[in-house]
Write a protein of this length. Structure first.
Length: 235
C-alpha cells in the first residue's frame, strides 16, 4: 500500500447516523463516500456563498480531532500505522457522547460537547500518546503555520513534543462546521446552524463506537476516511 501524504485519527460518527449526515451536508463533503451532499437550507446563504464559508472544514472532512494531521516517520509503514490505530481503539469501549451544541469558537462555528466527557478526553490522550512514535517531526514550515509566537509556553511545548499545540489538558473537542467568519456573518450563521441542527435529528447524544483513520493522498486537496476501527477490536 502506497503511503499517503498525511494521516489523521479522528472521531467520525457512523455513516448511517444523523450526526454524520448533518455534518457532511453542512460542509458539502462526505469523507467516506467522496460525495457532495446538498447543504441544508440556511436562510441568508446561497449555495455559492455557503461553499466558500465551508471551504476550510471541507478539506478535512467532518470529524472531531483526536490525533491531528501528521506525516509518517521514516521507516514506518501504513501497515504499522493501521496496527497501532487498531491497538489504540482496542483499548477502549463504546460510550455515549455528551450532547453536542452548535457554538461559535472564536471566528468559526463548531459542534462542541455541552458537558465535559472524561471518556472522550481519555480517548484523545490515548490517540496522541500511543501513536506518537509513528509521526514524523514537523518541518520548519509546518511549525511556522501554527503561529508559535501566539502560543502559550505549554502549547509551544506540546507543539514541539506532539506536533500539535492543543492536546492533553489543552484539548477541547469540537467538530468544525465553518471556516472563520466576520462577526455579523458569524452570528447569522450560528443562528441558522443551530436551527438546522435542531431540525436534523442529530441533536441527540451519539454513541462513540470507534475511531477513524483519515488520509490525504499525495496531491489531493482533501482528506478521505480510509478505515474505521471499532473499540474493543484486536490489533
Amino acid at each position: 500500500m502506497t503511503a499517503a501524504e498525511r494521516y489523521a485519527v479522528y472521531f467520525a460518527p457512523p455513516a448511517e447516523s444523523p450526526l454524520w449526515r448533518f455534518g457532511s451536508a453542512v460542509i458539502g463533503f462526505d469523507a467516506e463516500t467522496g460525495a457532495a451532499p446538498a447543504a441544508p437550507d440556511l436562510p441568508g446563504f446561497d449555495p455559492e456563498t455557503w461553499s466558500e464559508v465551508t471551504a476550510e472544514p471541507r478539506r478535512y472532512g467532518f470529524h472531531g480531532t483526536l490525533k491531528a494531521p501528521f506525516r509518517l516517520a521514516e521507516g514506518c509503514s501504513v501497515q504499522d500505522l493501521e496496527a497501532a490505530v487498531a491497538a489504540c481503539a482496542g483499548g477502549h469501549h463504546a460510550f455515549e457522547m455528551p450532547p453536542l451544541e452548535v457554538r461559535a469558537l472564536g471566528a468559526f462555528i463548531a459542534l462542541v460537547p455541552a458537558v465535559p466527557s472524561p471518556k472522550l478526553e481519555d480517548l484523545a490522550v490515548s490517540a496522541v500518546t500511543e501513536l506518537e512514535g509513528l509521526r514524523a517531526a514537523l518541518s520548519p514550515a509546518e511549525v511556522a503555520r501554527r503561529n508559535p509566537e501566539k502560543l502559550s509556553a505549554r502549547q509551544l511545548t506540546y507543539l514541539e513534543t506532539y506536533g500539535y499545540p492543543y492536546v492533553l489538558d489543552e484539548f477541547r473537542f469540537h467538530m468544525t462546521l465553518t471556516g472563520p467568519l466576520p462577526e455579523p456573518e458569524r452570528d447569522h450563521a450560528l443562528i441558522a446552524l443551530q436551527a438546522a441542527f435542531a431540525a436534523s435529528g442529530a441533536d441527540v447524544p451519539a454513541v462513540a463506537t470507534g475511531i477513524a483513520l483519515y488520509a490525504q493522498e499525495p496531491g489531493a486537496p482533501r482528506f478521505r476516511l480510509m478505515r474505521r476501527f471499532a473499540f474493543g477490536s484486536a490489533a
